[in-house]
Design a protein around this ligand. Sequence first.
Ligand code: X90
Length: 276
Amino acid sequence: MIKIVADSSADMQKLNNTEFCSVPLKIITEEKEYIDDKDLDVSGMVSDLSKLNGKSSTACPSVGDWLEAFGDAEEIFCITITSGLSGCYNSAVIAKREYEEKYPDRKVFVIDSLSTGPEMKLIAEKLEEYILNGESFSDICKKIKLYLNKTGLLFMLRSLKNLANNGRVSKIIAKAVGVLGIRIVGRASDVGELEQLSKNRGEKNGLTALFETMKSLGYNGGKVRLAHCNNENGAKELELIIRDEFSGADIEIYPCRGLCSFYAEEGGILLGFEKE
Ligand code: X90
């Protein structure tokens, strides 16, 4: 059996024609621990968080969690959130070693997305495409590495509070963003860290900046995946802006699950796109 496994920052529960397993991260507050699996009440969590003043943090899956997800598949493609901001990749690599040692005829390929959310979803969809085409494990490994150069992640955020409190972005940048009405637009950098690109006044300007930025990075009508935290309207407006120029584009909009909701925060939009 061939299986695709991704941590829960990919905001995915299943793939249509391939075995898939999501490995949950955890969101931890002083009151509660949330497991980012299919049963998580994401809106409930976001509403709890908005009332919370205490410390909150996240935790990546353990080696054992990954091993459990690998199950008894013979060939596994495992996609993780960027190693630049999380321990997910490291624990997945250790799990791979243990798995291959225990079952010498099985193979695991761990892909450091250097990104998260919708860019991971694009990678998973492309892997599924290769698998359904009947390509060999080693060919898929080579091809998906090339595909990674053809995808990007942009985001628009209203607040960087949770990112800053957890050391994922500098407090100085975060402070400047927390001003009412400011939308920061940024991207996953080449080393998989958060890079701020522009500060925009108001939602409309932020969405326009997202579109202009994706074009300047090489977007030319390819696939787009939009994950949002309680901001379906913003995502739909962005879809319209994109369709105005690229009417036939393959665009999907869906809500963030727990991990991305925690860091993107209320109103946040994550944009995964293919570039040329
Ligand atoms: O291991 C852990 O506890 C998880 C830590 C994850 C930290 C970053 C999550 C980012 C989620 C927010 C905006 C996009 C930033 C992308 C930069 C690569 C989404």
